[in-house]
Design a protein around this ligand. Structure first.
Ligand code: PLP
Length: 444
């Protein structure tokens, strides 16, 4: 059995006896595939804070991986869940009608960029939205090939995993994968796969599609869709250079290829706009979302141009997707994003966070790159020669935990900062102080 607690926690306070008992029980009976990088046991949570069963309080700068949009247990989300739970819990969305689902579909359809009418299919998760979108793309274009990106993470089901190229451990032992998927380098200028410079590369990562993929690997009219995270999540919080998404949109539109934006991590106002792709003025054909949609209740969505989502009655469905309790939580989340001006807050707090991180970067040479839009911010740690410093990143994660701050890694050596959108100045100050302390201790 894998050892759960991999991090030396200073002072031996965490995990305390109650947390330790839960970890031991879990360790005995749960799947060996769970990662559990450090021994956080959640007992209850509120706003940006989590308490463990021994009474230790943690600042949550991870939001359950960009899920807790409105903060933990926002009273209005709790109320919406309670109200719906008292009415009914389930009535298969594929076969019957209920108001929360119709209302949510309308809101999501109207939230998507562009003037064209949209339709919505509700799912349980991000991976289910991605898998459904693979089916939808193939069905509607009558083409089979799909293009995805190196470093991309789209989920754990077979279709989503087949598009994924984030870490070998996520695929090793599970092949063969869904056929007809090609993966090309993501526009990651800090570590360009082609060793080019953004100043003079003329977006070679797009030209590669035209000059290499469509010239040597397949014709454009064989390709159903390009699946892309507008900002890469699990692969390292990577932001493409300006112009990339616009050129990809033009190239795909010119060739009848669908542009599928995987906004599972970057959506729901986290970047200061409802959908990250809006920062580049692009209208995708399909948007996949999940994670932050219902502030913690499991739900996802495929939001598609209506002229793409024309598949035949009965061709796609789900038992639990669009569960009414989850729909109610999603409707409350969407209302709160507007009422509490959470997108404006994400922009303002994200700017404050970036300023603080830039000041830290001047002091700590191990901080190689800082990149972010709104509250989707990545800090990449490097060795003196510029190679990724996973050891420093991991040490910071463990030390921050022992000081009461919950962080999560991504990419080779990046820490992702994705707090609930209700985060305020005091939480940002605490995060910056703890990062500074950790790096002082490590000498990084
Ligand atoms: N797409 C992206 C960009 C993700 O970050 C994730 C999960 O981390 C998924 C898809 C899969 O979502 P889920 O875990 O809900 O299946």
């Amino acid at each position: 059995m894998a050892e759960v607690a991999k991090v030396e926690v200073q002072g031996g306070r965490i995990p305390g006896p109650k947390a330790k008992a839960i970890i031991d029980l879990d360790n005995e009976y749960t799947s060996t595939s769970y990662m559990r990088d450090y021994p956080l046991v959640v007992d209850h949570a509120e706003g940006c804070y989590i308490w463990d069963p021994d009474g230790n309080r943690f600042l949550d700068f991870n939001a359950g991986i960009a899920v807790i949009t409105t903060g933990h247990c926002h009273p209005k989300v709790v109320e919406a869940i309670k109200n719906q739970a008292e009415k009914f819990h389930h009535y298969c969305s594929t076969d019957f009608y209920y108001e929360p689902m119709a209302l949510l579909a309308e809101k999501l359809a109207k939230s998507a960029p562009g003037d064209s009418k949209k339709r919505v299919f509700l799912t349980n998760s991000g991976a289910e939205a991605i898998d459904g979108s693979i089916k939808l793309s193939r069905y509607s274009t009558k083409r089979s090939k799909i293009i995805s990106f190196l470093g991309a993470f789209h989920g754990r089901t077979y279709g989503a995993m087949s598009l994924t190229n984030s870490k070998p451990v996520q695929k090793k032992g599970f092949g063969p994968f869904v056929p007809d998927i090609l993966s090309i380098p993501y526009p990651y200028c800090y570590r360009c796969s082609y060793k080019l410079r953004p100043e003079d590369c003329d977006l070679y990562c797009i030209r590669y599609l035209e000059e290499v993929v469509f010239d040597r690997m397949c014709y454009p009219d064989e390709v159903a869709a390009v699946f892309i995270e507008p900002i890469m999540g699990e692969g390292g919080y990577v932001i493409p250079p300006d112009g990339f998404h616009q050129r990809l949109r033009k190239l795909t539109a010119d060739n009848g290829i669908l542009f599928v934006a995987d906004e599972v991590q970057s959506g729901m106002g986290r970047t200061g706009k409802m959908w990250a792709i809006e920062h580049w003025g692009v209208e995708p054909d399909v948007i996949c979302c999940a994670k932050g949609l219902a502030s913690g209740m499991p739900i996802g969505a495929i939001i598609s141009k209506a002229d793409v989502m024309t598949w035949a009655r009965g061709s796609h469905g789900t038992t639990f997707g669009g569960n009414p309790v989850a729909c109610a939580a999603a409707l409350a989340t969407l209302d709160l994003i507007r009422e509490e001006r959470l997108m404006e807050r994400a922009t303002a707090m994200g700017a404050r966070l970036m300023d603080g991180l830039k000041a830290l970067q001047k002091k700590h040479p191990s901080i190689g790159d800082i990149r972010g839009i709104g509250l989707m911010v990545g800090v990449e740690f490097v060795k003196p020669d510029g190679r990724p410093a996973a050891d420093i990143r991991n040490e910071v994660l463990g030390r921050a935990f022992s000081k009461g701050v919950i962080l999560l890694g991504c990419g080779a050596s990046v820490i992702r900062l994705a707090p609930p959108l209700v985060v305020g100045e005091p939480e940002i100050e605490m995060l910056l102080r703890v990062l500074d302390e950790c790096l002082d201790e490590i000498g990084g």
